[in-house]
Write a protein that binds this ligand. Structure first.
Ligand code: APR
Length: 271
């Protein structure tokens, strides 16, 4: 087997402030479909561009609510993969040696946390946070689990399609909406600022499983480059960022991350 570029291994071994910037590809090997990969398009007849918008919500709250309930149940039925766990281990190792690893994710699942990593920023919100669409009062809600324990099946889908969003117990006017950043909506200012500051100060960034298309998240890897930090991109495909990455590892999250943080570092490196 090939090995990683020695300079890459040096950067990994010596980094004291790492930022991991992750996208849907991070959770693909856990069984959570990505958004733009043709063969695993999320719930084929709908795309995030169709449903993750305020217009879609106003046009058909039941459909949008059900889509997010279905996604939350799907995530509940999935397990963190070896990539999530590797980031958790790396974060712990750095914390124990006085360093730090900060996770900045576009993902709305909780697999980083369940894989043992604290998350600095959920740039696009979370499937498990809800608020009133009128008074914005945060509200607890349990999306439940798939009827047969196997989330994501079509029958589970039709069952969830029937469920309307609960009424807001606070203002009694609005309905609960997902705590997700929809297209056209502002990212939580503090979440984005924390992410930007982290990438402006890190000494290594690792960009994992994102197509690098959706702004402003797609601009963040360039902040790391701008501060002089090397950036490793882990993605089985090329992206608009690939030519700017210090290293591009064309592997997957669950295979490449454990190799990257293992002390021997012996692993295929194709570039
Ligand atoms: N390991 C690593 N990367 C992978 C894997 C894997 N196992 N499988 C797929 N990928 C890569 C794909 O090559 C692609 O580049 O992950 C990327 C997934 O891209 P998208 O589906 O576009 O997901 P993402 O970049 O996170 O989308 C950004 O768009 O729909 C909105 O708000 C939503 O947060 C999302 C944002």
């Amino acid at each position: 087997t090939g090995t990683f570029d020695p300079d890459l291994l040096d950067a990994v071994a010596s980094a004291q402030h790492v930022v991991a910037l992750t996208g849907a590809g991070m959770s693909a090997e856990s069984g959570v479909p990505t958004f733009r990969d043709a063969q695993t398009g999320l719930w084929e007849q709908y795309s995030a561009e169709d449903l993750a918008t305020e217009d879609a919500w106003l046009a058909d709250r039941n459909l949008v609510w059900s889509w997010y309930q279905w996604r939350a149940r799907l995530v509940r039925a999935c397990e963190p993969n070896a990539g999530h766990r590797a980031l958790g281990e790396w974060q712990t190792r750095l914390r124990d040696s006085g360093g730090r690893l900060e996770v900045v994710t576009q993902n709305v699942d909780d697999l980083h946390e369940r894989g043992g990593a604290e998350v600095l920023s959920h740039l696009h919100g979370s499937l498990f946070e809800f608020r009133c669409d009128e008074c914005s009062e945060p509200a607890e809600h349990d999306p439940g689990v798939a009827a047969d324990g196997r989330a994501g099946s079509d029958e589970d889908l039709t069952e969830t399609l029937a469920s309307p969003p609960p009424a807001c117990a606070s203002c009694r006017i609005g309905r609960l909406r997902p705590g997700i950043v929809w297209f056209g909506e502002m990212l939580p200012v503090d979440a984005f600022d924390r992410a930007q500051d982290a990438l402006a100060e890190c000494d290594l960034a690792v960009v994992i499983g994102t197509s690098g298309i959706v702004q402003p998240a797609a601009a963040l890897p360039y902040v790391a480059l701008g501060n002089g930090a090397p950036v490793i991109e882990i993605n089985p495909a090329e992206t608009p960022f690939t030519d700017h990455a210090t290293w591009h590892l064309d592997g997957t999250a669950a295979t490449t991350l454990p190799q990257l943080i293992s002390t021997d570092g012996a692993a295929p490196h194709r570039r």
